[in-house]
Write a protein that binds this ligand. Structure first.
Ligand SMILES: [Zn+2]
Length: 87
């Protein structure tokens, strides 16, 4: 996915590496495969810089996404430094 619009109107762009609003996750069930030396299936997630909504890829290698909206004003959850303090 190179870019897509968030429900808030902000465009989330993925055109380079090391994005502070992008992360990967592995389901707990898949993590066991990693420990057994097998490939775990990573999925992608993005955080909207404007509204903080988290977009999670539903299944590996699909363009199917589900979003979750935060209840606080904290942002940057997916960044290396973690989320900002509450304002
Ligand atoms: Zn948004």
């Amino acid at each position: 996915m190179s870019q897509f619009p968030c429900y808030c109107g902000h465009v989330i762009s993925d055109i380079t590496d090391h994005l502070p609003y992008k992360a990967f996750y592995v389901a707990s069930e898949e993590r066991l495969a990693t420990l057994d030396g097998m490939r775990a299936y990573e999925r992608t997630m993005y955080e909207c810089a404007e509204c903080g909504r988290i977009w999670m890829q539903v299944t590996e290698d699909t363009n199917d996404w589900v979003s979750y909206q935060p209840e606080s004003g904290r942002r940057g959850t997916l960044s290396k430094r973690g989320a900002t303090p509450e304002k």
